[in-house]
Ligand binder design. Structure first.
Ligand code: AQP
Length: 334
């Protein structure tokens, strides 16, 4: 087995990227590209597991790509492309559909959340989404996958699928078992309106999230309106944990300021949340608005973005085809 470390991760082009994607995934993507070979993918085939208007989907692929680049991903260092451009993802997903077990998929909590109460009406794609995610990772024999905590279960499934494939086809270590890389404090950035739900692109209220393209004014309004607590900031984590919305704001503050949670509580205990919100707004405006400006600038030059996707697709396809050749052989496909 090749011992070389290789990172793979993807983001769905389902709308504006938000602070959860930024802190939970993108920032990690950027720091990893300094240490390892990385492949970052705009996962459009995942997006269509829930109906997308074709024009919106096309726009969102560019939007997601622009967010990658604006955050600091470098297409000369990392392979950056859109998933549907490399057909090996779909081919391997089919093979892995035959390795994965129905009982394993039945345990996936994201399907239960996304399908809602009427599961019969959910697409088959949404149900087998984790098998496609396994294919995305294993197609490149990636060893490390930076994700938010919401994807941990899917990643564990990818490991189970890899292990079963290696055992079924008697090829120990053929697929490496991919390791999740999950940021600690911000593994799950929560909605600004409900501290028990994760911040999400598809949440109806725009006040539930900070978008990367929000203006300073938007950020100010959203943080002012964010749910917190009527009591002053406590001096210990145990008390803070009882108030999920307040904990979320302090977690975000701690992550962006790079001051530990304990130290933030030490400095702010006894103060009102309006004090925290003012400081948090300043930090967010400084961190997020330059990214938003860069996204808008990049979106004005679509041909440049198309070039990045084309170059990325060519590089990804070389690795994918080489690995697929061996996979087909293992399975017995001629
Ligand atoms: N709230 C979050 N906190 C931390 N990490 C998050 N991620 C998403 N939301 C949070 C991480 O961002 C990466 C890309 O996610 P995605 O867009 O592909 O899919 P998602 O997790 O389904 O994100 P959304 O915003 O909730 O999209 P919709 O609403 O379209 O389903 C992943 O690594 C994810 O963990």
């Amino acid at each position: 087995m090749s011992k070389k470390k290789l990172v793979f991760s993807g983001v769905q082009p389902t709308g504006n990227l938000h602070l959860g994607n930024y802190l939970g995934a993108l920032k990690n993507f950027v720091s990893l590209q300094k240490e390892m070979d990385c492949i970052y993918c705009v996962v459009d085939l995942h997006a269509i597991t829930v109906f997308q208007k074709p024009n919106d989907l096309r726009e969102n692929v560019f939007e997601t790509l622009a967010s990658f680049i604006a955050t600091g991903l470098n297409p000369d260092r990392s392979i950056i492309f859109n998933q549907s451009a490399v057909s090996g993802h779909a081919e391997l997903a089919w093979i892995l559909n035959c390795t994965s077990r129905i009982g394993w998929l039945n345990r996936m909590t994201q399907f239960k959340d996304k399908a809602g109460s009427d599961k019969e009406k959910a697409s088959v794609g949404l149900y087998i989404y984790p098998n496609l995610m396994a294919a995305d990772i294993l197609l490149y024999k990636a060893t490390h996958v930076p994700v938010g905590a919401d994807q941990k279960q899917h990643l564990e499934l990818s490991r189970d699928i890899a292990q079963k494939f290696n055992s079924d086809f008697n090829c120990k270590d053929f697929f490496p078992l991919p390791e999740p890389l999950i940021s600690k404090n911000v593994a799950r950035v929560m909605s600004l309106r409900d501290g028990k739900k994760k911040m999400s692109k598809s949440e109806e209220s725009d006040y539930s999230r900070i978008n990367l393209k929000d203006s300073a004014d938007d950020i100010d309004k959203k943080i002012k309106k964010a749910k917190s607590d009527s009591e002053p900031i406590p001096d210990n984590l145990k008390n803070l944990e009882k108030k999920p919305e307040a904990l979320n704001l302090i977690n975000i503050y701690s992550e962006i300021s790079k001051i530990s949670l304990d130290k933030v509580l030490n400095e702010m205990s006894g103060k009102d949340y309006s004090f925290l919100k003012k400081n948090l707004t300043e930090l967010l405006v400084k961190e997020i608005t330059p990214v938003g400006k860069e996204i808008k600038k990049l979106l004005n030059d679509k041909s440049h973005l198309e070039q990045i996707l084309k170059k990325g697709k060519e590089k990804a396809n070389i690795i994918a085809e080489e690995n697929l050749k061996n996979i087909r052989e293992k399975v017995g496909l001629i």
